[in-house]
Write a protein that binds this ligand. Sequence first.
Ligand code: PMP
Length: 360
Amino acid sequence: MSRVYNFSAGPAVLPEEVLKEVAEEMMDYQGSGMSVMEMSHRSADFQKIIDEAEQDLRDLMKIPDNYKVLFLQGGASQQFAAIPMNLMKNKVADYIVTGQWAKKAYQEAQKYGKANKIASSEDKTFSYIPDCSDLPISPDADYVYICENNTIYGTKFKKLPNTKGKTLVADVSSCFLSEPVDVSKYGIIYGGVQKNIGPAGMVISIIREDLITDDVLEGTPTMLKFKTQADAGSLYNTPNCYCIYVCGKVFKWLKKMGGLEEMQRRNIEKAKILYDFLDQSKLFKGTVVPEDRSLMNVPFVTGDKDMDAKFVKEAKEAGLVNLKGHRTVGGMRASIYNAMPKEGVEALVAFMKKFEEENA
Ligand code: PMP
């Protein structure tokens, strides 16, 4: 078996320990005589899997009792529609546009009401987070929306916006469980799991109970109504059972590793190795202003497209894969999620040093 260091932005690297465990349980899950893939979502075995997954996530994030945890399909993109459908009582929402994913959410919301772009960093290719301390929040806004970690551009909100009392909704797809978080500051905190948590095909949405009502926009599909899913404990229809099972394993792995405080310590340590190298390199350059740098997604460039392509190709040959930047920005991007070991980042930096010497 030969494993590579996988710097993909998602689907992404998962903890080897978890992969081995699910492989061992593939043919016979804990004496059930079947794989979790083959198991009824109405069975006692599966109910235990989903209940434990929820409880472990609640423990990790210290989720207050007045929040529901929903395991939903349709990915993060489905939430771009579900959020306005469920929350836009006044048909007004304020969006802070810090990248493609925030922009997509903003554009989707325009279908359902008045979505206002109250701040943006598009003027400098989304390379920074705008000052959000005193924004023109709409008096009747149903919520203020952010994408907390911008996967493509490698920026992260280090401080949450001042929403002036309005409900904060955050997409945390690419920083989920990477550090401790105060859930009580959010109305909804949600993310696709295929980056930091599990296989693709599911979004976890953590929603304050008062936002889960029957008062949704006319025409909201039953499946997209938060109340439908909350009342059924995420089992209104057949959920992504296998994904819930793998996510549950990752939650247990995170607990065993020391929880989110320890993840934050490791993530800061790993990111520092890469950013310190970039800051002194004569060939490579980080693209984000230092104060807004993400710990999870690190974009960098040489400034020469051919050199970038040569780097990505040679890195791949050295077992460092998926380093090509997003198609909209070019260059390189290293995604260094929870499951990327420090050794992987060290191997990348060693390779970059060698490449720099050879191409000076
Ligand atoms: N939000 C962010 C921050 C993302 O990085 C992504 C995926 N790259 C999405 C949303 C979309 O996720 P999905 O493919 O699960 O719809």
